[in-house]
Write a protein that binds this ligand. Structure first.
Ligand code: WTA
Length: 654
């Protein structure tokens, strides 16, 4: 088995999962936890798919479902197939009776601006935008691309789309024009919502020019573009004939109501492009009913969120975490969600703690990458603030070391708050492995057992469960409600990319390597395919490498993560080319154009050759070990063992 680069070692010297401590939930928490009945695990095991009624029944259905799961044509599973509902009605309208004046969104902008929306405000603006989109010609099932930073208009546009049954296709604002064009074409989208620009630290970035560029590159003809005025007078973006000001649309349709369109539970709610095992991003499709049920259930039972919380998921809405736990999860359960546009260290390194204190945030959900930065900056920043409002902490996106786990609990959670280490993916739609914080003991550095109702297993190549402690592949052996309903690229690609038919049925491949302990707690080792997770973004190595190889004079490239949130690119050049600063810049420029600034290579290492096996395969694992400064094993089986020393010294000199 090839576990290239998935040995679970971490840069702080400790390994994920190593430690052995068991931390019991405190009764102060458990006594009031949303999920408090240990029988829940058994109930799900006994009832099978029907147990997921608990999740679906958290929602309002326009037409009640009778069937929970149609598994007649695996792996094309349909959840709640005869039910009908509207996601926006579930996230907005149904809260109006009980909490119309409660805040739904509290927004903090980069320049210190604030804006708050009650559920009533949200209802008003979502309706106006929905009416405006319809007026522009958007019909049910038309895909609308949203290319916006972390401003309230993004969740509002998502909900407006959902209201009229138009699936959204959110593209992370930091991606390049080329990446946007690819996603507009691949999603077959004729409508775009973007903005004039946005701030990064002090600087204003021109988003509109990226969008314009994408339009020129895209094959598709956009029928209409809506432009949010984020920068005011700072940047005047002249609008063309088929371009419309967001603010003008809201004014023109203010006060109108648009009847939420009842969607089949299996109808598309959104598409989200993500990196897979091949160079082209895949369009992951999520269905309305199963997705929203799973997201609402986990927001309640894993993140323990209730309506009277102020909840903050720090992830960007441009990625799946922001979709599920920044927008649909919190709003479907009727809580107050905090939306933050800025950076965690601006104006100072206590910005996050200051926001938590001032807003009495009770549940905070972030990534190990962020926690690592907080640790580096020092405990004095959180300690300068009263964080006693925190009741629960969450983490997602990569493994957290026991050391970081303890730091997070001690300095942010007051030594008491439970931490839920949540494992899931763009494709799973919602949290799939995690402890139930009021019930399940925690093991620092280990994700935990699968949630009730999720049949996740660590298996070998043949699908047989591996022994405790042995590395294997994380697989899911039965469908779950939040699962992708398919890929934009078609059924065949969906089946091939994710599913294996074994003797005892179909099994979903997660692409992750893992181990499991005697108690069923899973430790994630990392990806076993060509995907790297850095800075909470997911990239396909081939996508980055082909961008680099496009630079004049470059012959080969290999990209790895350094385990500390950075991208390291190893690059070989033609003999007559001098690998200098200008080549570095050219490579940086190619990456920024092809993918976006988020894909910047933090280190570019020029090397005469890349280490390869005799069959010519690049030894990524070795390159990753070198990038991390880790020990690596015997290299004598390589075709070119002599390059290893050269690469190592090149890395050390940087
Ligand atoms: C990784 C993000 C370890 C994993 C929600 C997965 C994790 C990929 C964890 C999905 C965790 C996510 N511990 N690794 N708690 N959560 N991952 O699609 O490799 O952006 O396959 O979804 O992130 O990344 P994606």
């Amino acid at each position: 088995m090839d576990y290239a680069g998935v040995d679970g070692r971490r840069t702080d010297g400790s390994a994920a999962g190593e430690d052995g401590d068991v931390v019991e939930p405190l009764s102060a928490f458990s006594d009031r936890a949303v999920a408090s009945d240990p029988e829940l695990y058994e109930a799900f095991a006994e009832e099978g798919p029907a147990a997921w009624r608990r999740a679906a029944d958290l929602l309002d259905w326009e037409t009640d479902y009778e069937t929970v799961l149609d598994d007649g044509d695996p792996p094309f599973y349909e959840w709640f197939p005869d039910g009908r509902l509207n996601a926006a009605a579930n996230c907005v309208d149904r809260h109006l009776d009980e909490r119309r004046n409660q805040l739904a969104i509290r927004w903090f902008g980069k320049r210190g601006e604030r804006r708050s929306y009650t559920y009533l405000d949200l209802h008003r603006e979502v309706n106006a935008v929905a009416a405006g989109l319809r007026d522009l010609g958007v019909e049910e099932d038309d895909v609308v691309t949203l290319y916006l930073p972390m401003i309230p208009e993004l969740p509002i546009a998502m909900l407006a789309c959902a209201r009229i049954g138009a699936p959204h296709n959110v593209v992370f604002a930091g991606l390049s024009a080329e990446a946007l064009a690819t996603r507009i074409d691949a999603a077959d989208s004729s409508y775009l919502v973007t903005c004039d620009g946005y701030y990064r630290r002090e600087d204003a970035f021109n988003q509109k020019s990226k969008a314009d560029n994408a339009r020129l590159r895209a094959d598709a003809d956009l029928s209409a573009t809506v432009v949010v005025d984020r920068l005011g007078d700072t940047l005047d973006a002249p609008l063309g004939d088929d371009e419309h000001e967001y603010e003008a649309i809201v004014d023109a349709h203010d006060g109108e109501t648009v009847e939420p369109v009842a969607r089949d539970a299996t109808d598309l709610l959104f598409v989200m492009y993500t990196s897979g095992t091949t160079g082209r991003p895949k369009g992951v499709e999520h269905a309305t009913g199963g997705y929203l049920s799973h997201v609402a259930w986990t927001t309640r039972n894993v993140l323990d969120v209730r309506p009277d919380d102020t909840y903050w998921c720090a992830a960007d809405i441009g990625w799946i975490t922001g979709h599920s736990y920044g927008v649909y999860g919190p709003l479907s359960v009727g809580t107050t969600t905090l939306l933050y546009e800025g950076s965690p260290d601006y104006p100072d390194r206590d910005r996050v703690w200051d926001l938590i204190e001032r807003n009495a945030v009770s549940v905070f959900y972030t990534s190990p990458t962020a926690i690592r930065s907080f640790m580096k900056w020092g405990a004095e920043y959180p300690e300068a603030h009263d964080l006693s409002s925190i009741r629960l902490l969450g983490t997602v996106g990569e493994s957290i070391t026991p050391k970081a786990w303890r730091w997070y609990r001690e300095h942010v959670g007051g030594g008491e708050a439970p931490i839920v280490d949540t494992w899931w993916q763009t494709e799973t739609g919602a949290i799939s492995l995690a402890t139930l914080p009021g019930i399940t003991p925690m093991k620092p550095g280990k994700v935990g057992p699968p949630l009730p109702g999720i049949d996740a297993r660590v298996v070998d190549e043949d699908g047989e469960p591996v022994d405790p402690g042995e590395p294997g592949y994380l697989a899911i052996a039965a469908p779950w409600p939040g699962m992708l309903r398919g890929l934009r690229e078609g059924d065949e690609r969906y089946r091939r990319e994710y599913w294996v038919e074994g003797e005892d049925g179909w099994r979903y491949r997660t692409g992750d390597g893992a181990t499991v302990d005697e108690d069923g707690y899973v430790t994630i080792l990392g990806r076993v395919d060509d995907v790297i997770n850095v800075r909470t973004h997911r990239f396909n190595t081939a996508e980055l490498e082909s961008a680099i190889v496009g630079a004049e004079g470059v012959t080969e490239a290999a990209v790895v993560g350094d385990g500390d949130g950075k991208i390291v690119a190893y690059v070989t050049t033609r003999g007559d080319v001098d690998p200098d600063e200008s080549l570095r810049e050219a490579i940086g420029g190619r990456l920024a154009r092809a993918v976006g600034d988020v894909a910047r290579a933090d280190r570019i290492v020029f090397t005469p050759d890349l280490p390869k096996t005799r069959s010519g395969k690049i030894m990524r694992r070795l390159l990753e070990d070198i990038a991390r400064g880790d020990e690596f094993g015997d290299v004598s089986a390589l075709r070119n063992p002599e390059v290893v020393g050269e690469i190592e010294s090149a890395v050390r000199e940087m």
